[in-house]
Design a protein around this ligand. Structure first.
Ligand SMILES: [Zn+2]
Ligand SMILES: [Zn+2]
Ligand SMILES: [Zn+2]
Length: 236
């Protein structure tokens, strides 16, 4: 455990004692285990870490204890998109933001002074006094990106992804249908929806296209890092 966590633990112990609650040692065991991990843990992951240390506590007790740790300002709850609630350390005077991999769930922390300054400035330019913010960047981590085939059928692309058309492997009929949509190799598309079985809805040059799954299987694309305005440039 690093020095900061030793201080936090002493601080928390003093506060818990003034709470006049029972099972102080059990609570401290939970707090210890939580402070020992630098991960963003779910309650379930915390039970598992406790079990590994030989503590088998009632889940209700652990939740209640963590609620108090949050109230006392030593932990904060985070919920990323549709993931379960996670707990992370809360260190006074320190702030960070998150990158979240939508494939494997990996969470990476970052802090960027310039970005923080810009957010205050943007809020102020709208007459807002910023109190707090959430900055969450969703995407694919390095490992997940490496696992993706460089070329994939458009039908496999996920909602929110931007792709570039690399190859159109459809028959003559399909080709003329695509031509009437104005779709060519090199075009950038944004996947608006793709439920895995029905038609895809795609953003393409400021319009939304509905494309049958059969055709989408035959269009090969690669992931594109192009900004959103590569799909539709706002000329106004
Ligand atoms: Zn921030
Ligand atoms: Zn990942
Ligand atoms: Zn964090």
């Amino acid at each position: 455990m690093n020095d900061r966590n030793i201080l936090e633990k002493a601080n928390l112990r003093a506060l818990l004692e003034t709470d006049q609650v029972d099972r102080i040692q059990d609570r401290l065991n939970i707090v210890d285990t939580f402070l020992d991990t630098e991960d963003h843990v779910t309650l379930e992951e915390l039970f598992r870490l406790l079990k590994k240390k030989g503590y088998d506590y009632d889940p209700k007790f652990v939740r209640q204890c963590m609620n108090r740790v949050v109230e006392l300002g030593f932990a904060q709850r985070k919920q990323f998109e549709d993931q379960p609630v996670r707990y992370e350390h809360r260190h006074l005077g320190r702030h960070h933001d998150h990158l979240i991999c939508t494939k494997c769930g990996k969470i990476v922390e970052f802090s960027n002074a310039e970005m923080e300054r810009l957010q205050v400035q943007i809020a102020a330019s709208h007459g807002f006094h910023m109190l707090q913010h959430r900055m969450e960047i969703y995407g694919l981590c390095n490992e997940c990106l490496a696992q993706r085939a460089p070329l994939m059928p458009l039908a496999m692309a996920k909602p929110g992804e931007r792709v570039e058309v690399k190859e159109i492997a459809v028959g003559v009929g399909g080709k003329s249908r695509l031509a009437s949509m104005g779709l060519r190799v090199g075009d950038k598309l944004e996947i608006i929806s793709n439920d895995g079985h029905g038609r895809l809805i795609l953003g393409h040059e400021c319009t939304r296209l509905a494309m049958g799954r059969g055709i989408a299987q035959k269009i090969l694309v690669s992931l594109s890092n192009a900004p959103a305005d590569a799909i539709c440039k706002d000329e106004s």
